[in-house]
Design a protein around this ligand. Structure first.
Ligand SMILES: C[S@@+](CC[C@H](N)C(=O)[O-])C[C@H]1O[C@@H](n2cnc3c(N)ncnc32)[C@H](O)[C@@H]1O
Length: 270
């Protein structure tokens, strides 16, 4: 009796879902249908739990900084203007990776250049948790991670504090109404100009032909100096070694799909 009630409830639930793979009178199909309904929810819960664990761990990592929006906008972020003296405790060049994801580029560059300081920046703390943990486990002292929106970058770094910027595989934000979120638009370039030293450079690595073309057009239009551009770094020789020797998480996926990877190095007009 009880079993029939359960089965009839399963049938009702499945009938309410148009795509459910429901087969009458066959228990195994009914169970399979219900697994397919429950599994996404289960995976979502496991994912959320992992994220929570990472958020909590980030709080304990000494190489992770997560200022609030208010701290930044009200000029109360103590590291602004003091990254080298307070955290890195040296006067080495300071290099940022914007939208660093899991932080592969920041980590690899930090290992390659121990006499430079690197900061990976992303709004998603659960992603850069990977890079921060690797840096701690492998004792890489010249890399840190900052959780903030790139839109607030000029509140996290002082004027002329930064030597170089890497933008690795940003979302191209192709739709016109998303232009303001494109990380090489005029507004972002102004913020980068503020925090960069006058001789500072910006590197853009992307799989997006649109982003590559948009950025080149904008740089020419605004009179910035393109130092180097390559529309297929693994086919066309001449890119700096660190462009072809390091791959990010997203880049590895694009390479599997045989997508050309592009690169631009530029200086912002003073
Ligand atoms: C396509 S992923 C690339 C991640 C990494 N660079 C890679 O190549 O694997 C873009 C990253 O930029 C971050 N991001 C996008 N817009 C951002 C913003 N306005 N402020 C901070 N992070 C942002 C996302 O959270 C995401 O991790």
């Amino acid at each position: 009796m009880f079993r029939n009630d359960v089965l009839s409830n399963f049938k009702k639930d499945a009938a309410a879902i148009p795509h459910a793979n429901f087969t009458k009178n066959k228990d195994k199909h009914i169970i399979a249908s219900n697994i397919s309904l429950v599994l996404p929810k289960f995976l979502f819960l496991v994912g959320s739990k992992n994220k929570l664990k990472r958020f909590n761990e980030n709080e304990t990592f000494k190489n992770v900084f997560q200022p609030t929006r208010e701290e930044l906008t009200e000029n109360n972020f103590a590291l602004k203007g003091n990254w080298n003296t307070t955290f890195f405790k040296n006067n080495n060049p300071l290099i940022l990776e914007l939208g660093c994801g899991k932080g592969e580029y920041s980590i690899a560059l930090a290992q390659k250049y121990p006499n430079k300081n690197f900061i990976g920046i992303d709004i998603k703390g659960a992603r850069f948790w990977r890079g921060a943990k690797t840096a701690l486990e492998e004792h890489i002292p010249n890399v840190a991670f900052l959780r903030t929106q790139i839109e607030l970058i000029d509140h996290a770094f002082a004027e002329n504090e930064v030597d170089e910027i890497w933008i690795t595989f940003p979302d191209p934000q192709i739709k016109y109404k998303r232009t303001k979120h494109r990380m090489t638009n005029s507004e972002f370039i102004k913020r980068y100009k503020f925090i960069l030293k006058p001789e500072g450079v910006v590197n853009l690595k992307t799989d997006s032909e649109f982003m590559h073309g948009y950025t080149l057009g904008l740089l020419h239009g605004e009179g910035h100096e393109v130092l180097y551009a390559n529309h297929n770094v693994y086919k066309q020789e001449g890119s700096p070694e660190e462009v072809t020797s390091i791959q990010t998480y997203y880049e590895s996926q694009y390479l599997e799909q045989n997508k050309p990877i592009t690169y631009i190095r530029f200086k912002i007009k003073q």
